[in-house]
Design a protein around this ligand. Structure first.
Ligand code: NOJ
Ligand code: MG
Length: 533
């Protein structure tokens, strides 16, 4: 993989591609994706033109939360393969010049993890304090008012020892106690295990959750909550998240990563900009390389809103930090479902031309849209616990459709989740044959970004955002690139910065045409500018 003539680290210039292992490719006919399947499909990833793969969890797990309930931090679930299959995959990834990030889940383990089995066995067990146990409240009931992110109290009573344990997610996902030095050492050893094996880094699950305020005070009640909203938001997570001690742990994780050289840590962190930026750490005590930025997902698809979001975020990044952008994940609704396919093409341009590291979610490169999940096929515990309020995540986790053969080439058996309804025409093979497809758009944008360092690391300057058009310049040295995106359904004037003329059209979301001073509806352009004579 050529990176042009910059000396920036790979995680600054590169693009990350998220693979949801259950749904990428099944190799053994159980209807569930696996490591050998991913290995067999690596050509797709390499041809797409990304730089790194992030794999959602593949560790042994009862799958109560589809792998985010880890029963052994140093193994591979038999459903996905084994350590030998993992080593083969890692070697194949590296042979293609790609990087591999695993998903580290430090906030909680599975309740089937031997550590929790020991911890719950008695109040005197040496591992009791590896989890967060408390007596009932004085009048009985849970120790405080904390709410699980999946709804209901964040505490489960354990009759055997008469105490409650904390679970920020399912009761099958008890929270680990990072204040315990032995637990801490065991978790750092698990990270080291994978670094020793050669992984290039981790995406770290709910990193801002991992330490709770001493004394576990009640969280403030959220006055704006009402039924129909996520039950989680009944309280504001003041005391259950973003504690100073968690930053110190992130810094230790970074020191460990840095001791292995060119590795990267991506932290899952949802916070306002000022607190979010603190997760870069200090220049002399850095924390994560990339605190995930979900603001493209969280905000309206509107030029003025996006301009403000981009500007505010960029302004919040410290000199030693580096921005990043995400449009989709296994947790969020599909971008094409949210804004439609025509505008999703503009979203691809935006994601791949902003200053900072993009993360692309599998399936978005072929524009998978809304997938209706029949009630009898719902698998997501979040949807099962709080049905009907739009929290379902299965719709983004459906299998990759590869071709028009049975089960879309994903598996020889019925897949664990349904395919997108249009899979017989919306699949990788069909889009390969169609020069105008979303897949070809992504490939050409990724190639352009690779060839033009200005697109990844050049300066950013907003040009306009007031009439439904979002336009900005990316510059480095004498190179000036204009990105102009018509987010509306009406033609709009193409406004160029004063004194500039178009030298060349580098990319378009519509079939290429002569630039005539207008942007068609749904048109997005990347133009090279020069000075007017
Ligand atoms: C964030 C993950 O992305 C999500 O899928 C999971 O349910 C929670 N963390 C709990 O691990
Ligand atoms: Mg399988």
């Amino acid at each position: 993989m050529q990176h042009g003539s910059t000396d920036r680290p790979w995680w600054e210039r590169g693009v990350i591609y998220q693979i949801y292992p259950r749904s990428f490719q099944d190799s053994d006919g159980d209807g569930i994706g696996d490591l050998a399947g991913i290995e067999a499909r690596l050509d797709h990833v390499a041809t797409l033109g990304v730089d790194a793969i992030w794999l959602s969890p593949v560790f042994p797990s009862p799958m109560a939360d589809f792998g985010y309930d880890v029963a052994d931090y140093c193994g591979i679930d038999p459903m996905f393969g084994d350590l030998a299959a993992f080593d083969r995959l890692l070697a194949a990834v590296h042979a293609r010049g790609l990087k591999l990030l695993l998903d580290f889940v430090p906030n909680h383990s599975s309740d089937r993890h031997p550590w929790f089995q020991q911890s719950r066995s008695s109040r005197d067990d040496p591992r009791r304090d590896w989890y967060i146990w408390r007596d009932p409240a004085p009048g009985g009931g849970p120790p405080n008012n904390w709410i699980s992110d999946f709804g209901g109290p964040a505490w489960e009573h354990d009759a055997a020892t008469g105490q409650y344990f904390l679970h920020t997610f399912l009761k099958e996902q008890p929270d680990l106690n990072w204040r315990d030095p032995d637990l801490r050492a065991a978790m750092m050893a698990a990270m080291r295990f994978w670094f020793d094996r050669g992984v290039d880094g981790f995406r770290i699950d709910v990193l801002w959750h991992i330490v709770k305020a001493r004394g576990l005070p009640d969280n403030p009640v959220n006055p704006d909550w009402h039924p129909g909203l996520n039950a989680r938001d009944q309280v504001i997570q003041t005391f259950s998240t973003d504690q100073p001690e968690a930053h110190a742990i992130a810094a230790d994780m970074r020191a460990l990563a840095d001791s292995f050289g060119d590795r990267a840590l991506v932290g899952e962190i949802f916070l306002p900009n000022d607190r979010h930026a603190r997760w870069f750490g200090k220049p002399d005590r850095p924390e994560v390389h990339l605190p995930f930025n979900f603001q493209l997902i969280e905000n309206a698809w509107d030029a003025a809103v996006l301009a403000r979001v981009i500007g505010d975020y960029d302004a919040s990044i410290p000199a030693h930090g580096w921005p990043n952008w995400v449009f989709g994940s296994h947790d969020a609704p599909r971008i094409a479902a949210r804004i439609g396919e025509a505008q999703a093409r503009l979203a691809a341009v935006l994601l791949l031309t902003l200053r900072g590291t993009p993360t692309l979610f599998q399936g978005d490169e072929i524009g998978i849209g809304e997938v209706a999940i029949p009630p009898d096929r719902v698998r997501d515990p979040q949807e099962i616990r709080q049905p009907g309020i739009g929290l379902g995540r299965d719709r983004s986790r459906t299998p990759m459709p590869w071709d028009a053969s049975a089960h879309a080439g994903f598996s020889s058996a019925e897949p664990w989740l349904p395919l997108n309804a249009d899979w017989s025409t919306r699949n990788v093979t069909a889009q390969e044959a169609d020069a105008g497809s979303m897949l070809h758009l992504y490939r050409s944008l990724l190639a352009l970004r690779r060839a033009n360092a200005t697109l990844s690391i050049g300066d950013f300057a907003l040009v306009e955002a007031d009439t439904g058009v979002l336009a900005y310049e990316r510059r480095s040295g004498a190179e000036r690139l204009l990105v102009a995106l018509n987010l509306g359904g009406e033609p709009r004037p193409l406004r160029l910065p004063a004194g500039a003329v178009v030298a060349e059209t580098l990319a378009s979301t519509l079939p290429l045409r002569t630039i005539d001073g207008m942007l068609a509806p749904d048109e997005g352009l990347i133009l090279r500018l020069t000075e007017a004579d």
